[in-house]
Design a protein around this ligand. Structure first.
Ligand SMILES: [Zn+2]
Length: 156
């Protein structure tokens, strides 16, 4: 989850509100523990975590790292494993391939997105020109994936 319209000044209060709501729904536990990677603490799964997953599977409950990490700054999420895939321009609805489906290697279209993500992460606007309509500078935040979310950024 990411609130891409939240300002940095609003982020902490919105995060607290989100935690209270998730705790109230029983999705996460109230007290943070050492249950996430890359952060000091996170929120372990609550008794109703199954209500927010598509394919409930309790196997992860035995893992040390199975919690929800809260982040209130700019952060870029990358698929890590697998291809970048494609994104769709929110203005002209045309697909932009960021990786070649046959080889998995990045396309020439990836570099403008990589530059825009770097700019946005450093505090900039993160604009990238759509290679199809190219009339507007479009934030990478507004790009959506045709099948799945391949690229996302949040400013919560
Ligand atoms: Zn476009």
């Amino acid at each position: 989850m990411a609130d891409v319209e939240a300002t940095e000044a609003e982020a902490a209060a919105l995060a607290d509100s989100m935690v209270r709501w998730l705790v109230g729904e029983g999705v996460i536990m109230k007290d943070p523990t050492d249950c996430v990677l890359g952060a000091d603490s996170g929120y372990p799964p609550g008794p109703n975590f199954r209500s927010v997953v598509i394919h409930p599977n309790d196997d992860f409950l035995t893992l040390w790292t199975n919690g929800v990490e809260l982040s209130t700054g700019r952060r870029v999420f990358h698929p890590g494993q697998g291809e970048l895939g494609a994104v769709t321009c929110p203005r002209c609805d045309q697909m932009v391939l960021l990786s070649d489906p046959a080889t998995g290697s990045v396309t020439d279209q990836w570099q403008p997105f990589a530059d825009a993500l770097d700019s946005w992460y450093a505090g900039g606007l993160g604009h990238v020109l759509c290679p199809h309509c190219s009339l507007l500078a479009i934030s990478t935040i507004g790009y959506g994936s045709p099948g799945r979310r391949s690229l996302s950024a949040s400013s919560t």
